[in-house]
Design a binder for this molecule. Structure first.
Ligand code: NAG
Ligand code: NAG
Ligand code: NAG
Ligand code: NAG
Ligand code: NAG
Ligand code: NAG
Ligand code: NAG
Ligand code: NAG
Ligand code: NAG
Length: 341
């Protein structure tokens, strides 16, 4: 124990001596970084560690800021360190779809054979309880949380996740399908894209199991293998009420929203981003809505992310519902449907 303590102190001393300029907090933050590296089992060369320490310190300050009231409107979310705390801004950008935010819903409709009617989104929640209205995980209809790594392909994980659930709900086995096939064959690969392109591809060609084309996180040559695993349609759902109706009655839905940086540091609670922060961002992030509920009077969506199990609430987030937070209803959500006859 004293041995590891010595190593720990030595490594921080090294930083303090080698740093050109540091604040009074430097030593403390450096020690915290060492603890962090241990907890997340990361090992770096001295140079890389020195470089990443400043990203970690920046993350630390952001977490303190976001845990304050002002950036956490209406919700009770907590922010904290995770595997991304010492990633560079460039690496962090890859977590998001890296796709310019647009509200061109006409594009989303390409894949739809029909458009589900826009329902009023002025539902009120007076209850001050904690209730889950629907959670498709509890019904065994959602595959395990995946990890996209450094590839900007959340749109593919969101759409494929929705298809995995739709097939299981239609009575087929719950199986992991090939996100990699979508990366190889659809749209922008690791440079971002939109779920509707994935649905369109699956409608036309089907999708293979992930054991056939395993995830590498890099775009590779597209070889379309025809598959009878397919969907019949993926209607665009306009408005949070339409999304709720589909979730209640049919199954999980892929959704995209303007991705605020604080989402990366989300740990637990109902995430309720400050509209100012949403407005600042220009990129979209796509995830899979698998349910909804209300916690202490605050309604939320249950969102399955593709950033691994150690992010958020075991890979999931609860995201405030009913206020079009971060424009969640400005791009159409899509819920795939499987013909059961
Ligand atoms: C060193 O840190 C101080 C206090 O944070 C700051 O005012 C100063 O500009 C920094 N100097 C350099 C060279 O970064
Ligand atoms: C955590 O981040 C490191 C890079 O800092 C990466 O190599 C590793 O794959 C990540 N692990 C998970 C589970 O995301
Ligand atoms: C919701 O909006 C509709 C149409 O604007 C209105 O008729 C209805 O009364 C509203 N419901 C509530 C609960 O405010
Ligand atoms: C899907 O893949 C995950 C690993 O990413 C694995 O843990 C899980 O068992 C697989 N699920 C199914 C239904 O095969
Ligand atoms: C797809 O084809 C396989 C045989 O190649 C068959 O076992 C399976 O039931 C078919 N699945 C569907 C959804 O038709
Ligand atoms: C969804 O289900 C919940 C709980 O049963 C219900 O309160 C709500 O009105 C439903 N919403 C829609 C749009 O059907
Ligand atoms: C965010 O942007 C929307 C649309 O441009 C605007 O209506 C709204 O006032 C902005 N909100 C804030 C807090 O800046
Ligand atoms: C309502 O929820 C809040 C936040 O969880 C809690 O502090 C408060 O005691 C609750 N009130 C009632 C009447 O249950
Ligand atoms: C976003 O959606 C809201 C609610 O549906 C709507 O009032 C607003 O005009 C939309 N904004 C854009 C830019 O499409």
């Amino acid at each position: 124990m004293s041995f590891s303590l010595n190593i720990f102190i030595l490594s921080c001393l090294f930083f303090i001596v080698s740093a050109k300029n540091h604040t009074a907090n430097y030593e403390k933050e450096c020690e915290e970084y060492d603890r962090y590296l241990k907890e997340f089992q990361k090992k770096y060369s001295v140079d890389e560690k020195n470089r990443r320490l400043k990203y970690f310190m920046r993350a630390q300050r952001k977490i303190d800021l976001w845990n304050g009231e002002a950036m956490n409107v209406g919700g009770k979310a907590k922010f904290g360190h995770n595997n991304f705390s010492d990633w560079s801004p460039k690496e962090l950008r890859a977590l998001m779809a890296n796709q310019k935010w647009t509200t061109n819903q006409a594009e989303d409709d390409l894949v739809s054979l029909r458009l589900v009617q826009l329902l009023p989104s002025n539902m009120t929640y007076s209850a001050n309880d904690s209730t889950i209205f629907i959670d498709w995980r509890q019904k065994g209809m959602v595959t395990a949380v995946k990890n996209q790594g450094g590839c900007s392909c959340c749109y593919a994980f969101a759409a494929v996740g929705a298809v995995e659930s739709a097939l299981a709900i239609a009575g087929q086995p719950l199986r992991n399908l090939s996100v990699q096939e979508m990366l190889n064959c659809v749209g922008g690969g690791c440079r971002g894209g939109a779920p509707y392109n994935v649905y369109k591809f699956i409608q036309q060609n089907g999708i293979v199991l992930d054991t056939k084309i395993a995830y590498t996180g890099k775009r590779q040559t597209c070889t379309i293998k025809r598959s009878n695993i397919t969907i019949s349609q993926a209607p665009a759902l306009r408005g949070e009420a339409a999304l709720e109706g589909f979730l209640n009655a049919t199954g999980p839905v892929s959704v995209c929203f303007k991705a605020p940086w604080s989402f990366i540091k989300y740990r637990t609670g109902v995430y309720a981003p400050n509209p100012t922060e949403c407005n600042k961002t220009k990129t979209a992030h796509c995830v899979l809505a698998v349910g909804h509920g209300v916690d202490g009077g605050v309604p939320y969506w249950i969102l399955k992310n593709s950033w691994g199990l150690r992010w958020g609430e075991d890979g999931y987030a609860r995201f405030i519902k009913g206020q079009n937070a971060c424009g969640i209803e400005n791009r159409s959500a899509n819920g795939p449907i499987v013909n059961s006859n």
